[in-house]
Design a protein around this ligand. Structure first.
Ligand SMILES: Cc1cc2nc3c(=O)[nH]c(=O)nc-3n(C[C@H](O)[C@H](O)[C@H](O)COP(=O)(O)O)c2cc1C
Length: 237
């Protein structure tokens, strides 16, 4: 399986270790990116991606390697420590760059055939909201299977994690790795992805024909009978 880990910190802390443990248990080729080391630009709000396409983003030169790797992956792992109850600023800045790929605009068909995992660790709390920050992007990109793992590690770094919590991490990553292998490749779209797809399609059919989104859907036949989750061609390069 092709696996990509996008880490919301530069260091190999507790969150990275959970992500790496999971990826190794799933097995396959693992590619890692660290933020901000591998992508350090905040979205400047120029709207170029919405008005044209993502490849015209002023940061695309830096973004392309991460984008291409995610597009090729079977499994996308987004991992962030909890910072003030949310994903790190650099993780959110990275995800901001894919607003144009949300279902309400121009989702990429390849995303409808991948699995995703959101992973966070905190000293005590905030994993739910942090995982939700990352989940929103994976869900609106169209991923059919998304899992969440959150651990209150009671630690500032991996060396301090109590043994009992380490054991829990091992158990949960074991179980999730098995599930991911069993579900690969995912066979059906999620209900949420379907709901949003049909909601946007309905809006397009009832005069919300904002360009270039409308033509993008039209070209793919999504206003007709084609569906992104049925597109088997060009899923994997
Ligand atoms: C700026 C900052 C904000 C943090 N905010 C929270 C928080 O809201 N809740 C919490 O329980 N822990 C918080 N922590 C602790 C980290 O989330 C926790 O130590 C985490 O496991 C660190 O992961 P890492 O080793 O991958 O960096 C914060 C730490 C930092 C540096």
């Amino acid at each position: 399986m092709n696996i990509v880990i996008i880490s919301g910190q530069n260091h190999k802390g507790s969150t990275y270790l959970v992500a790496r443990e999971l990826a190794e248990k799933v097995g396959g080729e693992i590619t890692e990116f660290f933020l901000p080391r591998d992508f350090d630009e905040p979205c400047i709000g120029c709207w170029t991606c919405f008005r044209t396409e993502l490849s015209h983003c002023p940061h695309y030169g830096k973004l392309q390697k991460l984008t291409d790797t995610m597009d090729r992956a079977d499994l996308i792992i987004l991992a962030s420590p909890v910072y003030v109850f949310h994903a790190t600023g650099q993780m959110m800045s990275f995800l901001d760059h894919y607003g144009t790929r949300w279902m309400v605009h121009r989702p990429d068909e390849r995303m409808f055939h991948k699995q995703g995992v959101c992973i966070s660790t905190a000293a005590g709390g905030g994993m739910r909201s942090t995982n939700q920050d990352m989940y929103h992007s994976l869900m609106f990109w169209g991923l059919p299977k998304i899992y969440r793992l959150g651990f209150a590690v009671r630690a500032a770094g991996p060396k301090e994690i109590p043994e009992k919590i380490r054991q829990k991490i091992h158990r949960k990553t074991d179980a999730l790795a098995n599930k991911i292998r069993r579900n690969n490749p995912p066979s059906a779209p999620s209900l949420k992805a379907k709901f949003w797809f049909y909601a946007v399609r309905f809006a397009h059919m009832h005069s919300l024909n904002i360009e270039p989104d409308y033509s993008y859907w039209e070209e793919r036949g999504w206003h007709g009978k084609n569906r992104p989750w049925n597109t088997v061609s060009a899923i994997r390069d």
